[in-house]
Design a protein around this ligand. Structure first.
Ligand code: RP5
Length: 170
């Protein structure tokens, strides 16, 4: 019969026993090492073709990303949840593309401290000027890095530069 080890009790009253640290492998075994570093969000399924350049540029730079469709006007709660949790989930940059009255990048920036890169998408009327001004004209304190109209490739390149030049945390 094996001997059962008695639990170690504090030696003096009020003394707190030092916690035993778990080994790193078991402590971080659940952490997903493939987690994305960039979130590419866009206001509509119809924006997907115009936003492909961002993903391609990130792929070329070897940076993991995820893509989601969400709208500042049609699904505002989804945008809020996604952006509030983005940093905690390990994202380092958000790329947000939208057309027409393109509120998505600005609303994203209002809900996260991560850098947000906005991509104005040209719609059927106004040649993208509507989205360009919506994204560029952010109020002081809530910045969005505004790319060219339909400039999703540069958004991906810019996100890669941010990630590759950032000082390590701590
Ligand atoms: C914006 O309205 C979207 O980003 C898209 O560019 C535009 C039109 O959206 P759909 O009507 O094609 O869904 O919010």
């Amino acid at each position: 019969m094996s001997e059962v080890e008695e639990p170690k009790m504090p030696e003096r009253e009020g003394e707190v026993e030092t916690a035993t640290m778990p080994d790193p492998e078991s402590a971080f075994g659940d952490v997903d090492v493939d987690q994305p570093l960039v979130g590419i969000i866009m206001g509509s399924e119809s924006d997907k073709p115009k936003m492909e350049g961002a993903g391609k540029a990130l792929e070329e730079a070897g940076i993991r990303f995820e893509e989601r469709v969400m709208s500042a006007h049609r699904t505002p709660d989804v945008v809020t949840d996604y952006c509030k949790n983005a940093q905690m989930r390990g994202l380092r940059v958000i790329i947000a593309g939208a057309g027409m009255s393109a509120a998505l990048p600005g609303v994203a920036a209002a809900h996260t401290a991560l850098p947000v890169i906005g991509v104005p998408i040209a719609g059927k009327n106004l040649g993208g000027m509507d989205a360009l001004l919506s994204i560029a004209q952010m109020p002081p304190g809530v910045p969005v890095g505004c790319m060219a109209v339909d400039g999703s490739k540069n958004a991906g390149v810019y996100a890669a530069r941010i990630i590759n030049t950032a000082a390590p945390a701590g």
